[in-house]
Design a protein around this ligand. Structure first.
Ligand code: SAM
Length: 264
């Protein structure tokens, strides 16, 4: 059974139905059910609960003694908000510097994950970011987070504005890019799963649990260069193993390594 989406008493049933339909999740009315009852209804799949200001993902796991534990994760833009706050203070962001994104450019983020890079790209360009995520559950989780930035004031408004311009789509970028016309977007971003993930933020556990782990292939890069008008940016761990494997030159290093390929 696919993951199930529902609401808390403050949540909007129309939004839960819309997200379920867009990403292929099952919708169930809350009907006063407890989380345990919803997890049983989901038949072992996770349950995403939308409230007015928060969204939480519930799943169950067994500890080493076989006891069932409830796992609860809040959909948050944590790291993205920190990076956006720095950018609003005119501090550099490594992804923006490596990609040289300019206002008006259209970006495809081929590996949405938690949407941090997509949010920064949407803010920098002021344009739409088309974002693909292979896991429908992660796509739904991130979509819910993008609509619920924590805090108030300038930062929350900038995050909400940029998040509203991210067109989240569940899909495999290998298939989607192959079907797109030449020169459909300015820049394509790839941030595939590293063999040894280095992001220690607790919310990143959701990505580790549900992400597509497949490697980026040379064929996918060929397609991306064809679909791009300006070029393709690939983010790698500091060791640069993926960039070396793909024969891409390291372009810019800070916490991550970035490689760039010009459009064909
Ligand atoms: C390292 S995370 C990306 C993190 C993201 N850049 C951010 O800022 O939050 C990689 C994500 O890409 C997704 N992914 C990997 N291969 C994919 C594919 N072929 N198509 C679409 N998404 C893919 C994974 O499911 C995972 O969520």
């Amino acid at each position: 059974m696919p993951a199930l989406i529902t609401t808390s008493p403050s949540g909007d049933e129309a939004e839960a139905r819309e997200i379920a339909a867009r990403f292929g999740l099952a919708y169930a009315a809350r009907a006063n059910r407890l989380i345990d009852e919803l997890l049983a209804l989901a038949g072992g799949s996770p349950v995403l609960v939308l409230s007015a200001r928060t969204a939480e993902l519930f799943s169950s796991t067994q500890d080493e003694h076989g006891a069932v534990q409830l796992v609860r994760r809040r959909a948050t833009l944590g790291m993205a908000l920190m990076r956006l706050a720095h950018v609003l203070e005119s501090e550099p962001d490594s992804l923006l510097r490596a990609s040289g994104l300019r206002p008006g450019e259209v970006v495809i983020d081929a590996t949405l994950g938690l949407g941090c890079d997509a949010l920064l790209a949407a803010h920098a360009t002021g344009s739409t970011v088309i974002a693909f995520e292979k896991s429908p559950l992660l796509a739904a989780f991130t979509q819910a987070a993008l609509r619920r930035p924590s805090g108030k004031g300038r930062l929350a408004k900038a995050a909400l504005d940029a998040g509203a311009r991210i067109d989240v789509r569940a899909g495999d970028h290998r298939e989607v890019l192959a079907s797109m016309p030449d020169k459909s977007a300015d820049v394509i971003l790839f941030d595939p799963m590293f063999r040894a993930p280095i992001d220690a933020a607790p919310v990143f556990d959701v990505v580790r649990d549900y992400a597509e782990m497949g490697q980026l292939s040379p064929e996918t890069l060929l397609q991306a260069r064809r679909v791009a008008r300006r070029g393709v940016l690939i983010k790698d761990s500091p060791r640069g193993t993926e960039l070396r494997r793909l024969g891409v030159t390291n372009l810019y290093a800070r916490r991550f390594l970035f490689g760039w390929l010009d459009a064909t």
